[in-house]
Design a protein around this ligand. Structure first.
Ligand SMILES: Cc1cc2nc3c(=O)[nH]c(=O)nc-3n(C[C@H](O)[C@H](O)[C@H](O)COP(=O)(O)OP(=O)(O)OC[C@H]3O[C@@H](n4cnc5c(N)ncnc54)[C@H](O)[C@@H]3O)c2cc1C
Ligand SMILES: NC(=O)c1ccc[n+]([C@@H]2O[C@H](COP(=O)([O-])OP(=O)(O)OC[C@H]3O[C@@H](n4cnc5c(N)ncnc54)[C@H](O)[C@@H]3O)[C@@H](O)[C@H]2O)c1
Length: 475
């Protein structure tokens, strides 16, 4: 006899789980939301929000330093580490308390503080010994940092996104393992706050980008602030000074560098280990995760759904929320399961310059338009003229399909392109829209014009294609 009999049980109260619970309950289901911590989501507590707080502090210091190029002499900023961290923690705690309030406001009996694992395809065992029987189950357990073996025994010299934001002061130096979005965003923020930072990655490219002009422009833009050691296999050991020594081989030479702390940012893995998935009856893929359908979030034909970072498909916030909502609806109506159209892929890295990826990767039917922000008028005026953006369209018709963007405020250009892809726009449709002068958006015109020219899309008689003031010369 189960202690809880519900329609939909949700394992994990992160962004995806909270959305699933909300949607299933709104559809009339009796729900149970299970979490051992109810810590206020990864996003608010150790993810998106505290990282953006640290980035904001780093950028503030950087813009003071950069004032000199405008003829404004303010001297070097003095960064007060404890004050920086106190602001990060104060605002983070505020964001977390907002989520915790949402959870506290859930109807009585909807939440249970426990860790869950499968006992059968429709039963969960809680770590307090109680049992849950559910007509449908949503797995929303999120992900956790991967710590590769060379970095496992570093004690408190090792930091991850789960511990960095709790530091009371900024370390003097940090080695960063992993040049993905997580490593690069935090590495640049720390460097701008006066921390000596060197970044190590086994890949030859930054941020998971393909080799090409956007990646080269990103590396070029970041290299003055961050020491890069790419295409290396770093190892680390604690040293006698209470810090950590990183060793690696580069150009045939063995090298070493000492840091106060080592931040490991080598990816995050779905938190599936403690779920006893072998008792769920689900078909598992080569990584041990359930096979699922991205349009329904359903695992095979079973009453189990998997959402957010737990399924590893689109490990970003707005997708966690969307997937939770889809799964919540489908779990409530199970076995009547509906397919939902998924959004165009959109990913942003909040370094300066931003990096963003939109839509599909280029294929053999792709034409590429390019803009180099080194020569873009508004970017030059603001002193942020770095980065190369590529816009992709179908070669046979000019329909926009994707973009790889490195550039100032590329987060906004990425949204614009993403929305135009969703509208089914061609490069010529977007080019025919008004572009205010002088804006960063005008940079896109260069890429769009190239696409239209290359595939012969007609140009309206009312448009003049002359270069705009600021778009020539170099700075
Ligand atoms: C440093 C960092 C910065 C990021 N920045 C961005 C960004 O700028 N933009 C963006 O879009 N994305 C960003 N992300 C990614 C984003 O934070 C995640 O994609 C998102 O938070 C995932 O939400 P989730 O609901 O899947 O998981 P989570 O919010 O992690 O929730 C999982 C929940 O499951 C619970 N749980 C685990 N196991 C069990 C169990 N056995 N039983 C019961 N409960 C369990 C956990 O306690 C947790 O509460 C960032 C991530 C990191 C780490
Ligand atoms: N702005 C954002 O949306 C944002 C920001 C931060 C994090 N995140 C999310 O957080 C998650 C984790 O991000 P991430 O950057 O850690 O993951 P990632 O997988 O994108 O990058 C990990 C990097 O570590 C490198 N690496 C792995 N093992 C290594 C080793 N042993 N030695 C050296 N290098 C090694 C990889 O080559 C890769 O470049 C992702 O899901 C990401 O979407 C998102």
């Amino acid at each position: 006899m189960a202690d809880f009999n519900v329609d939909v049980a949700i394992i994990g109260a992160g962004t995806a789980g909270l959305a699933a619970e909300r949607k299933a309950r709104a559809a009339g289901a009796r729900t149970l939301l299970i979490d051992p911590h109810f810590s206020g989501t990864t996003c608010a507590s150790v993810g998106c929000m505290p990282s953006k707080l640290l980035i904001a502090a780093g950028n503030a210091a950087h813009h003071v330093r950069a004032a000199g190029k405008f003829g404004i002499e303010v001297g070097a900023p003095r960064v007060d580490g404890p004050k920086v961290m106190a602001r990060v923690q104060r605002l983070r705690d505020d964001f977390v308390s907002g989520v915790k309030k949402q959870i506290a406001d859930l109807p009585d009996g909807v939440t249970v503080k426990a860790s869950a694992r499968f006992a059968s395809p429709t039963e969960l065992a809680l770590d307090d010994g109680r049992m849950v029987a559910a007509k449908a189950i949503v797995i929303a357990v999120g992900s956790s940092p991967v710590i590769p073996p060379p970095f496992e025994d570093l004690g408190d010299t090792l930091i991850t996104n789960e511990t960095l934001f709790d530091l009371e002061d900024l370390p003097a130096s940090v080695g960063v393992i992993g040049a993905g979005p997580l490593g690069l965003e935090l590495a640049q923020a720390l460097a701008r706050l006066g921390v000596r930072v060197e970044v190590f990655d086994k890949s030859a490219q930054l941020a998971g980008l393909e080799a090409g002009e956007p990646e080269t422009s990103l590396r070029e833009a970041l290299k003055d602030e961050l020491g890069f050691h790419l295409n290396v296999e770093p190892e680390a050991r604690r040293n006698g000074d209470g810090g950590v020594t990183v060793s690696w081989s580069e150009n045939g030479e063995t090298k070493e560098a000492d840091f106060d702390r080592l931040m490991v940012a080598t990816g995050r893995a779905p938190e599936l280990d403690g779920l006893d998935l072998e008792k769920s009856g689900l078909e598992l893929n080569e990584n041990g995760g359930p096979v699922f359908d991205a349009a329904t979030l359903q695992c095979g034909q079973s009453p189990v759904f998997i959402v957010g970072d737990a399924n590893g498909d689109r490990p970003i916030l707005h997708e966690a929320s969307k997937e939770g909502t889809i799964a919540g609806a489908n779990a409530a109506s199970f076995p009547d399961v509906q397919s939902f159209e998924r959004s165009t892929r959109l990913q942003v890295m909040f370094t300066e310059p931003n990096m963003a990826k939109v839509g599909a990767e280029p294929d053999e039917d792709t034409v590429v338009g390019k803009v180099d922000f080194a020569d873009q008028g508004r970017a030059r005026a603001m002193g942020v003229n770095q980065g190369v953006c590529e816009v992709y369209a179908k070669a046979h018709c000019g329909a926009l399909t994707g973009a790889t963007l490195v550039g100032p405020d590329a987060e906004h250009l990425a949204h614009l392109i993403c929305w135009e892809i969703e509208n089914g726009s061609k490069a010529s449709d977007l080019l025919n829209k008004p572009f205010y002068h002088p804006t960063l958006e005008e940079g896109l015109k260069t890429a769009l014009k190239q696409i239209c020219k290359d595939i012969g899309l007609p140009k309206p008689d009312s448009r003049d294609d002359a270069e705009l003031p600021g778009d020539f010369g170099s700075d």
